[in-house]
Design a protein around this ligand. Sequence first.
Ligand SMILES: *Cc1c(COP(=O)(O)O)cnc(C)c1O
Length: 376
Amino acid sequence: MNEITFNKPYLTGKETAYICEAVRMMQLSGNGEFTKRCQSFFEKKYGFKKCLLTTSCTDALEMAAMLCNLQKGDEVIVPSYTFVSSALAFVREGAKIVFADSMSENPNIDANQIEALITPRTKVIVPVHYAGVACDMDAIMNIAEKHNLIVVEDAAQAIDSYYKGRLLGTIGHLSTFSFHETKNIISGEGGMLCINDERFTARAEIIWEKGTNRAKFFRGEIDKYNWVDTGSSFLPSEIIAAFLWAQIESMEKIQQKRKSLWEKYYELLSPLAEKQKIKLPQIPDYATNNGHLFYLVCNSLQERTMLINELKKHDILAVFHYQSLHKSDYYSASHDGRILLNSDRYTDCLVRLPMYYELQNSDIERICNVIAELYR
Ligand SMILES: *Cc1c(COP(=O)(O)O)cnc(C)c1O
């Protein structure tokens, strides 16, 4: 039997042609033709006020954190069950992270518990749309409005997914996406900051361009550019943007395929879920699925270890991820001590199954057979 790997980047075939085109045009640094094409695609198709490509979602989160203008000790509410960057970007700006628990039905932040975490120092809420499934954004935006907070959606996994018909990333004041090779649409490393609240647009462009007003200069709005604010080098080169453009052109095809693979997993594993041997992803009525990742939740850490080992014996690579951030080496001493049961349960019991464009239905049958045999 051939090995079934966990992730395999998908190439549309156009990537190198567009990179050659970028090289021929001899504009290799950032904010050129391909960057503009990618940004305006997202702005026009989805109605973002402004999109800025970045070198990663982590960088986009750092830009968002800088735009929030935090003072030392300001508080930011972040789910504990997420990737490090969702919290790290704000810690670098001097913020104190107040970790929120996940819901019991899926790993997203439990919106019902947010209000109890708010203090006079709270400035930002960071909902993370785990597996591309929406958080309860109406509830979160209402809380933010009531307490005058900024909402930064970490939509790293959520490209082309929706909340009550609204695209994820268009609802919060700011949002961030990832084009890392493990995501649906990729450029190796890569990301994007999206701005929905226009009060952030001008400063975002400056932070993006090393604290200068160079973007304004390039548009001919000023006759020389200057150092005007903080910032860094957040924009990717045209080579990265050219790669991304090829992916964007095939986005619909990629999403269709991933969603159909997801459905296949769901169908074949449903009998085990009905017998309560495992739990399958629950997608609330307000959310859609974008086929980003397929996970199941085991009943215990021991069962998960057994499952991963059994799959490995059959040359199938399954992985777990996210160790509760409130228990991390770096931040646990700063956590306020609250117990976050759901976050810890996903840490111990969630397993991700192989998911990539070239995965076959027959591969999924093989994977699900191994799982069914184990639980028999
Ligand atoms: C992948 C991911 C990130 C980081 O994205 P990079 O582009 O690798 O920086 C951040 N948050 C979440 C939820 C992610 O899944």
